[in-house]
Design a protein around this ligand. Structure first.
Ligand SMILES: [Zn+2]
Length: 326
């Protein structure tokens, strides 16, 4: 079998190997390194490459990837799963979105791909990860969260042609109802768009919220949906579950809070919005009702601020636009 080497994780046959990929140096000189899992079947097949915690406080996907590898006899695979469950390791240490050592740019790892060997810390991290992805991945899935535990949507790189249609096939096999065929001119520097431009069909899953805002049931569900994608790709044997019609969007809108205050949301992810639908209620520090936040667009709620503390400029709501059955 072809040798697959990702840092110290070296796979030459069926089974699971674990290791470390060095992505930089810590200030004290220790290596800055991230965990790598390679699960390989006895039969040849495609390589599915998976990322978790690209943003360090998005941990639902970490547990999903651990469960996906742990609960499977790798010999039943026809092909290979490469899982990097904690991509932004120093952000993860601090339970925050971006690395505490990123002092120059914004440091959003999912805007830095394919990275640069001589760039900022985060660009160098992206470079070390993307070299392996580019060399080995036939398909790519990136696991994120939004703000609250009811977040459930996905987006695939609508690259057109075979790459786009194979990405759409993954999205349908994953089967979250809210799905965006993402136009190729958005999310520049994301691993998904970068991989798609390199011919690798790519999907982002948004499941659960920041920090502890996810449940074991959601982890199990996302894991099973990933197994269904693997059956669709013939990485796993068995019949593919048909999730039926999905709701597609033309694009999305981020809506920022125009004011601050104590805030209680009134909608959940997946709810349908009209222009003017009440999103939540503001209160003063003395407990008096102090106005409502309303939706500026019709659409579907992809993410909503959890409250209870809102500053102006925070993400109030993320709306999927022009929903249609597809
Ligand atoms: Zn994220």
């Amino acid at each position: 079998m072809k040798r697959i080497e990702i840092g110290t994780a070296v796979s030459e046959g069926a089974g699971v190997v674990k290791g470390w990929l060095r992505v930089g140096d810590m200030p004290d000189g220790r290596p800055m390194r991230i965990p790598v899992l390679i699960a390989r079947g006895a039969a040849e097949g495609p390589t599915l490459w998976l990322h978790g915690a690209v943003h360090g406080n998005e941990c639902c996907g970490v547990f999903v990837l651990h469960e996906l590898v742990r609960t499977r006899d790798p010999r039943t695979l026809a092909g290979t799963v490469v899982a990097l469950p904690i991509l932004n390791i120093t952000a993860f240490h601090r339970k925050q979105r971006m690395s505490p050592f990123e002092g120059f740019s914004g440091g959003d790892l999912n805007r830095c791909f394919p990275g640069r060997p001589d760039g900022t810390l985060t660009e160098q991290m992206a470079h070390h990860v993307y070299a392996g992805l580019r060399a080995h991945a036939d398909y790519f899935i990136d696991l994120h969260t939004a703000l609250t535990d009811d977040t459930r949507w996905a987006l695939f790189a609508a690259a057109g042609g075979d790459v786009g249609s194979r990405a759409e096939g993954m999205a349908r096999a994953f089967g979250f109802a809210s799905t965006l065929p993402a136009p190729m001119d958005i999310l520049a520097g994301s691993a998904m768009m970068t991989a798609a431009r390199d011919g690798i069909p790519s999907l982002i899953v948004e499941a659960g919220g920041k920090g502890p805002a996810f449940t074991p049931a959601l982890v199990a569900e996302v894991c099973e949906r990933l197994r269904n994608v693997m059956r669709h790709l013939r990485l796993l044997p068995g019949a593919v579950t048909d999730h039926g019609s999905l709701t597609y969007f033309s694009s999305f809108a981020w809506v920022r809070a125009s004011r601050g205050g104590l805030f209680q949301r009134a909608v959940r992810c997946g709810d349908r919005l009209e222009k003017g639908t009440v999103l939540g209620q503001y209160y003063t520090l003395w407990g008096d009702p102090d106005g409502e936040a309303v939706s500026p667009h019709p659409g579907i709620v992809l993410a909503i601020h959890p409250g209870p503390v809102m500053a102006s400029g925070e993400t109030l709501v993320h709306i999927g636009l022009d929903p249609r059955a597809a």
